[in-house]
Design a protein around this ligand. Structure first.
Ligand SMILES: Cc1ncc(COP(=O)(O)O)c(C=O)c1O
Length: 371
């Protein structure tokens, strides 16, 4: 790239790298992206295909989310006007960073706070938007120091605070009441309850919205079996909705996604809930299987994932095991590297798969750890 063009890129972005998803040639167990491991049943897929055949693709999508808005409103029991839709909740996170950007008096940039380690896109969205990323470290066991969060919010006064309840990548469920108390104590801070993994544990803050106008509840269909659709939504008070609607690209949700999501919520929601319950039961079995392996620490999780520690920070053992698993077609998420430091060095994140996939993982790990 020519140097004059490079100068157009913000300092933060120049130093960053793109989100990388490794793609090995042969995958036998895909346990790296917190997806639900169950495909749509064939009869549901066939009926959905017939429904999608009627979507007018020569037209732009419904800019107001058309049939999807009432379907989601029915599903959640909320006012349709309180919803904002995103191309995945990633896009909603970016929209929140873009929409609430005015620096506090005396500050150079608006602040975006989140505990760390947490969902990596909070960091990316804050950085891309040129915000001040305020990261509050988790304790060593990935629990949240709520007093420290309250202190940092009071002193740094962020515009936005994101809490993944339960958290990714650690699976930890922090105190939902502490997050609510924070929102109540700071009505001038937008507090986001990111409930992407709610199907697997935790409690929704949805009932609190009526009395807490600075609270935003964010959901996605990605973790309950529909990651390929890219459909996220949030529920918020009128000022937040109105502001995000000014930021939202008009046709951000394509027509097929809108129709499919609406149809599936009406016809397939019970099956999705049943699948999620099966994953919760399987999580306990997988956690026990992993914890029985020598030298493996399994952190408590309320999401469809388990964070495991296999090595010491810097020794690169977890990274080597990750590579050996990938060679066998078993994909998990690596947070380790030789010489790595930080809270996740020595760790891998494992998505709860089908019992058969999980058995493959545990057997492969048993062999690799013994070698
Ligand atoms: C906590 C959390 N929030 C939001 C998302 C984004 O989900 P999507 O953009 O697929 O809706 C993820 C995805 O991994 C996540 O872990």
């Amino acid at each position: 790239m020519s140097e004059p063009l490079r100068e157009l890129i913000t300092e933060a972005l120049r130093g960053a790298s793109a989100y990388h998803v490794p793609q090995p040639p042969r995958v036998v167990a895909k346990l790296d992206a917190n997806e639900l491991p169950y495909a749509l049943p064939a009869e549901v897929a066939t009926a959905l295909a017939a429904e999608l055949a009627t979507v007018p693709l020569e037209r732009y999508p419904a800019a107001d989310a058309g049939v999807l808005r009432p379907a989601v409103a029915r599903h959640l029991g909320v006012d349709p006007a309180s919803l904002v839709f995103g191309n995945g909740s990633d896009e909603l996170i970016a929209m929140l960073c873009a929409g609430f950007a005015a620096p506090r008096p005396g500050a150079a940039r608006a602040g975006v706070l989140y505990p760390w380690p947490s969902f990596v896109y909070y960091r990316i969205a804050a950085m891309v938007a040129g915000r001040d990323a305020i990261e509050v470290p988790l304790r060593d066991d990935f629990t949240l120091d709520a007093d420290e969060v309250a202190r940092v919010v009071a002193t740094r006064r962020p515009n936005l605070a994101f809490f993944a309840l339960p958290n990714n990548p650690t699976g930890t469920l922090w105190s939902v009441d502490a997050v609510l108390a924070l929102a109540k104590a700071h009505p001038d801070v937008i507090v986001v309850s990111d409930e992407a993994y709610l199907a697997y544990g935790g409690r929704t803050l949805l009932p609190e919205l009526a009395t807490t106008p600075n609270l935003v509840v964010m959901r996605t269909l990605s973790k309950v079996g529909l990651a390929g659709l890219r459909c996220g939504f949030l529920i918020a008070s009128p000022l937040v909705v109105e502001t995000l609607e000014k930021v939202r690209p008009p046709y951000n949700l394509n027509s097929l996604t809108q129709r499919a999501a609406a149809w599936l919520l009406d016809h397939h929601a019970d099956a999705m809930a049943t699948h999620a319950a099966a994953v919760v039961a399987e999580r306990a079995r997988l956690a026990a299987g992993l914890a029985a392996l020598p030298g493996v620490r399994v952190y408590p999780s309320e999401a469809n994932l388990l964070m495991i520690r296999l090595g010491n920070p810097g020794d690169g053992r977890a990274a080597a095991i990750w590579a050996a698993l990938a060679d066998r077609g078993i994909m998990v998420r690596n947070f380790d590297a030789p010489g790595a430091r930080g809270p996740l060095a020595g760790c891998l994140r494992v998505t709860v798969g089908t019992p058969a996939e999980d058995d493959l993982l545990v057997a492969a790990l048993r062999e690799l750890l013994a070698a």
